[in-house]
Design a protein around this ligand. Sequence first.
Ligand SMILES: *[C@@H]1O[C@H](CO)[C@@H](O)[C@H](O)[C@H]1NC(C)=O
Length: 274
Amino acid sequence: MCCSVLPLLVTLLLSDITASWEERGVDYKYGGQAELQDKQHFCTWKCLQFTLQWPGAFCKSLKDEILCIIPPGIDSWTIHGLWPMKAHSCCNCWPMFPSDVQELEAELSQHWPSLLKIKSSFRFWNEEWRKHGACAACVEGLNSPLRFFQICLKLRARYDFHRFNFSCRFLEEAGITPSCERVYKAEEVNEVLVPHLGDQYEIQCITDDQGREVWFQVKVKLSRNLTIGCDHHGDPSRDPGPGLSEPSSGHPCPPHVPVYYYPINHQQPQRPCG
Ligand SMILES: *[C@@H]1O[C@H](CO)[C@@H](O)[C@H](O)[C@H]1NC(C)=O
């Protein structure tokens, strides 16, 4: 008895609350009345940046004391985030809970894992939602944690195995494979990527402790409607600079310096080449 009545009650309560927000003209998600005049600022952005990271190099980018972990089964590019560019700060008023993304958990764990031992994957997703997702949520299709993460997974799939496998196989076909010895020119990588990503993406490197340039990220610029490329100018909103537990943030891979594309080493994530 109680079990059949309870959901109804919850539904009623929720619709009651929703109705009262609407009556007051308050947009809960964007911060209530005090911030109403700022509301338009939350949706001024025109472009998004979708960032993928290469676990083999991400772990190398960490300071030694921070333990990296590449979960078993992770052998490809993973998601770092989807960031509105030049967005004003997101209001911290749309909390995300594990139940919001429960149905995506398996997929997110596979494609968007936290690689830091001290940070759970949920914490990573939650931070990305808070810092970026809540800003993107003013656009239809991205307007809830579930939709935001669904879109991110779709974007990753778009750059994956079947169409153009951004990860290993696609690059592999072009002869670009992870290696401890081989080096590539940024130009070679770009030749492979440009036909698929246009000319508005960036391959990013970190400089490792041996002074080598190591490919670790790709940032793809997208329009609001998620098509590749975006003609509005503006500085990308960067993830805030490296904190204690953050990797260095990287730089565009230099055009005239050999670039390493290290393999993923599950046993020694931070020392992929021993
Ligand atoms: C997506 O947005 C861009 C930039 O606003 C526009 O040029 C393009 O035609 C749009 N594409 C689709 C499929 O709506």
